[in-house]
Design a protein around this ligand. Sequence first.
Ligand SMILES: [Mg+2]
Length: 304
Amino acid sequence: MIKWNEKVQYIITDVDDTIVPIYHSISMEMVWSLEALLKRNIKIILISGQSVSNIVNRVTAHINPQFRKNIFIGHCNGAEIYEFGKQGLLIQEPLFSVLQYVSIDKTKLWLIMEDIRKNFNLQYVFTNNVHEFKRIAGNSKMFVMVEDRNVQISMDFVNGINNDGSLESDIRVEIVQYAKKLMDIHKIDVEPKLGGMCAIDFNIKGVDKGLAVRRLFSASNTKNEKLEKQIFLNSSQEVEIWGDSFSKLNGDSDFSMCSSLPNDVRTICFRRCQDYNSKYNIQLWDGSMELSDGLYEYLNSYTI
Ligand SMILES: [Mg+2]
């Protein structure tokens, strides 16, 4: 099995289906495993399509406050980066926000969202709570969970993305194509993209998970731009990437995290797939489990 990287100082990781099953909170076993790393001053950078409050509730709130200073959260696919203060409380002002450079015309965007809803005969349920969603929607695939995360609007297909269980009939692909045309017609700088295995994220153009990586890590030791806390890497082995979405077929939202760093940085993919980009050092987890169970298997090889 892939061996633990003894030199790692920074871990950049996706959240859903990498450290937690989608819509679930982190397990205590995973908390203890991550705390063992944080205790050793290894920094963990969580990058997710979810909102910061969702990641706090499902992940970081379960981690001992004294270790949270070693955690960063890049929410909404890296549109903003948050950090924790000395007491382990989230600092409300983001360390980086894409809104420092651009703004979104929300009125126009919601008109487009309404057009999409009518065209695809969808019902929007405005919540971020899956139980609440299920109470309203039951198992109907017409219903989608929609949340305005300020820097991104997300559409979650909680009840599935197709009618027959096949990836070929992923309705999201058609919606994304339709939405892209509308964004062009209305000249709005928002890019709809597949998020994980069951979402569409409407991001500000240019935002991807790699943006958070590029903001935090510098290729040279000159501290540039406005972010003072840029991290300079002495070697590619000091950083490692974990994710589950590197497949071009199923959406590759985690790929931009590795394409934003030197291509010898090790990336471990915890979802079995074939069509990942071989120019990068992407390694498929080779244990007996996959997704967050696979990561837990890998973390067990870290001996304190
Ligand atoms: Mg994922």
